[in-house]
Design a protein around this ligand. Structure first.
Ligand SMILES: Nc1ncnc2c1ncn2[C@@H]1O[C@H](COP(=O)(O)OP(=O)(O)O)[C@@H](O)[C@H]1O
Ligand SMILES: [Mg+2]
Length: 393
């Protein structure tokens, strides 16, 4: 069918035509925002899931909803080896400036801006294009210790006071939280703890790989109580069918039940794969109904597209020794995997594969599960390795 009319949206962060199966998470986010603005304790939310499950699009959607409801919204993504001070500074500044335009909040917002000047200076943040002259003067004693665990909570507190005075809420969205250093994650948790205790109208919603729950717990033991950790996983069959069928019907085409079942079967309901296969099936179908054959005939193309994109880019970041490690995992079948088994498959001792293990975790390719097993952060990745690397050797 006409590729120009193709409604599907394969690609990292691409907004799907139908955001299926996520109503409970969206509802929880709305409630947290609604409670925060009323000065009631609001749980911060940390979306956890493997790659390609729809965390980024959920953050965007939550941001959109919050903006429509009048919240100030900041959205940032933590790149690898990020520094939280530099990441948050421009956002805190934007929010404080916006609040300083509200008469009732002026005094608090000016203090926040003064604190931000100290903060920029102690953390060596480059303040490009900012005319310091028209800014409020530095605020003595506020956010000038150079210790994030003190300064970030102080700033959140001050911005929270300003927001409260303005009767506004601030929603802070951070993607790829697993890349924050332990110190930065600790500082963020302390800051969120403080604003939640004081009932300030700031809501944090983060997203990251499954290990974030453990990282947060290691950073601060009370993190477990501070956050809600909704799992963002594969869609169940009903949600997957909706995600595929609704956009097709909206374009005045249709899809057979057998074709829907075939897509679910192959993709296991993982959103990234589902968009990709549905998209190829649309392009290859004569239409107006997409049938099971169209899906089957699109399978090879879909797999090769994933192998050359979604899967490939991740493997490219590993060294040869690390590739050997993940190959050994894949030979053991599907995860989770015990380190002892991986070592045995590699004819190595557990200790000797420790550095490779740590490095692959650091690169975000595998993670250690709650029970001390290892697993891939990319769904169906073991299949990919077996397909591309083990069969070809
Ligand atoms: N609930 C959903 N229903 C259908 N497709 C979805 C859903 N959530 C995400 N997608 C699709 O999945 C892909 C990956 O989404 P993304 O948010 O980038 O995942 P993540 O951030 O978890 O890696 C995108 O193509 C997006 O359109
Ligand atoms: Mg993402």
């Amino acid at each position: 069918m006409d590729p120009y009319g193709n409604p599907f949206a394969p690609g990292a962060g691409s907004r799907p035509p139908e955001l299926a199966g996520r109503d409970a998470i969206l509802q929880a986010a709305k409630i947290s925002c609604g409670r925060a603005i009323k000065g009631r304790a609001a749980r911060s939310i940390m979306l956890l899931g493997l790659r390609g499950t729809g965390k980024t699009v959920l953050l965007s959607e939550i941001g959109r909803i919050a903006e429509a409801e009048g919240f100030l919204v900041s959205r940032v993504e933590a790149p690898e080896e990020t520094n939280l001070a530099g990441l948050l500074y421009p956002e805190m500044r934007k929010v404080s400036r916006s609040l300083s335009g509200v008469e009732a909040a002026k005094r608090h917002a000016s203090r926040a801006l003064g604190g931000l000047r100290n903060f920029a200076s102690v953390f060596n943040i480059e303040v490009a294009g900012v005319n310091i002259g028209v800014e409020p003067p530095p605020e003595p004693g506020l956010a000038e210790s150079g210790d994030m665990q003190h300064d970030l909570p102080d700033l959140f507190d001050q911005i929270g006071r300003a927001a409260q005075a303005a009767n506004k809420g601030w929603v802070l969205l951070i993607d790829e939280v697993q890349y924050l250093s332990q110190q930065d994650l600790s500082a963020l948790i302390v800051a969120l703890h403080r604003i939640s205790q004081d009932g300030r109208p700031i809501v944090f919603i983060g997203a990251g790989l499954p290990q974030v729950a453990r990282l947060a717990g290691e950073a601060k033991s009370y993190a477990e109580r501070l956050f809600n950790y909704p799992a963002v996983g594969a869609l169940d069959e009903e949600a997957a069918a909706k995600a595929i069928e609704k956009p097709i019907l909206d374009e005045e085409a249709s899809i057979s039940n057998a074709a829907l079942a075939a897509i679910f079967d192959v993709t296991k309901g993982y959103p990234f794969f589902l968009q990709e296969l549905a998209s190829f099936s649309w392009n290859n179908a004569l239409g107006p109904e997409i049938n099971e054959r169209d899906v089957q005939e699109s399978y090879t193309e879909t797999i090769s597209s994933l192998d050359n994109g979604f899967f490939r880019v991740r493997l490219d970041r590993l060294t040869k020794a690390e590739v050997g490690f993940v190959k050994a995992m894949a030979t053991l079948g599907d995860g989770p995997y015990q380190v002892a088994d991986i070592a045995r498959a590699m004819n190595r001792t557990q200790k000797s594969i420790g550095p490779a293990r740590a490095s692959i975790i650091y690169k975000g390719m595998i993670y250690s599960t709650d029970h001390g097993y290892l697993d891939f952060t990319v769904p169906l990745f073991a299949d990919f390795i077996r397909r591309k690397h083990i069969s070809e050797d």
